[in-house]
Design a protein around this ligand. Structure first.
Ligand SMILES: [Zn+2]
Ligand SMILES: [Zn+2]
Length: 339
């Protein structure tokens, strides 16, 4: 039996262990991917620390996977060996719950997650359910495509479904792993893109990424600044800072929306009078399906949206993960599988 290298976690809170494992065989409706790159996402903490209910070990994390199809199951007709593909967070759905029967697969009541329910992409090979596979354009390098399969799709999908129209003011709160992609997508979608960050130092980068305006929360009241621009149709909150999210609601224009994608367990305080009198809304957004991922990759290829990344080889998975956790990485950390 052929073998592969993988970085796995053996127990909740355990360290990454580099192991030599059998290359798994695809079931009838599965696809095997020769992984070329896998992004490290903050949500990988759920796998490493055992924070997802029911997670079983050993488990290989990773839900930002880019590679090439290496084998297909006996029932697969739409995918071919050699095709470039990606896999994100959403790893499977049941086709039977109410959400699935309504075609809303991302909200499947028992949906599987790459790297949590199933082994993910911190490995040379991985299996994916056919419904989790997204086609990938040839001109996207694997290491740049990988972060688009979680960070990218989440902001792209939230923005394109936000209800804003070309020219509307769309504010991106936070200029990190999610935010630096959101600024690029918002600009390419034709929105008046406003970046909201803390400190003067991020202004040049935010503008280079496509922001028309920059709001420095250390110097000014961000909600007031947004009001001066006529108010934001959409505020996309990417930094997990509930206090700042609540405060930004004042800068949302009538009929506008605060969209939450930066995950924080802290409650967000919203003024109910402001909310109802201005018919404002607060919404969350989960990533998306494989088809949404495919759209994200195609749009990125077409418009030149790319993540800023730091690369580590698979053998340095532990260092790479620590780098992600430090919050100092610019901006997404990616494991590469090498030749
Ligand atoms: Zn993620
Ligand atoms: Zn379902």
């Amino acid at each position: 039996m052929a073998r592969m290298k993988a970085a796995q976690v053996n127990k909740a809170g355990g360290n990454f262990e580099l192991v030599d494992r059998e290359i798994p065989q695809p079931g009838p409706r599965q696809i095997r991917i020769k992984v070329e790159a896998c992004g490290i996402c903050h949500s990988d903490v759920l796998t490493k620390e055992g924070m997802w209910p029911g997670i079983q070990y050993p488990r290989i994390p990773g839900h930002e996977v880019a590679g090439r199809i290496d084998a297909v199951g006996s029932a697969i007709t739409a995918w071919k060996v050699g095709q470039r593909v990606g896999v994100g967070w959403h790893a499977s759905h049941c086709f039977e719950c109410e959400a699935c029967r309504r075609g809303d697969f991302i909200l499947c009541a028992v949906g599987g997650i790459s790297g949590i329910t199933y082994d993910g992409g911190y490995a040379e090979y991985m299996l994916a359910a056919s419904e989790a596979v997204a086609g990938m354009p040839d001109d996207l390098p694997a290491e740049e495509a990988a972060p688009l399969l979680c960070a990218g799709i989440t902001v792209f999908n939230a923005l394109r479904n936000a209800g804003a129209r070309s020219g509307d003011v769309v504010a991106i709160q936070g200029i990190g792993g999610l935010g630096h992609l959101a600024i690029q997508y918002a600009q390419k979608m034709g929105f008046h893109t406003v970046a909201i960050g803390r400190g003067k130092d991020k202004e040049t980068l935010a503008k280079k990424l496509g922001a028309k305006d920059y709001v420095d929360t250390a110097a000014v009241d961000a909600a007031e600044q947004l009001k001066k621009l006529g108010g934001a149709k959409i505020v996309l909150a990417t930094a997990p800072d509930s206090k700042s999210m609540g405060e930004l609601m004042g800068g949302v224009k009538p009929n506008g929306k605060l969209i939450v994608i930066g995950a924080s367990p802290e409650p967000i305080q919203i003024n109910g009078v402001d909310l109802l009198s201005q018919r404002k809304a607060v919404q969350g957004w989960p990533s998306g399906t494989a088809m949404d991922s495919e759209d994200t990759l195609r749009f990125s290829s077409m418009t030149g949206v790319r993540p800023v990344i730091e690369k580590f080889p698979l053998s340095k998975a532990s260092e790479a993960y620590d780098r992600m956790l430090s919050g100092k990485a610019r901006f997404r950390v990616v494991l590469t599988m090498g030749a």
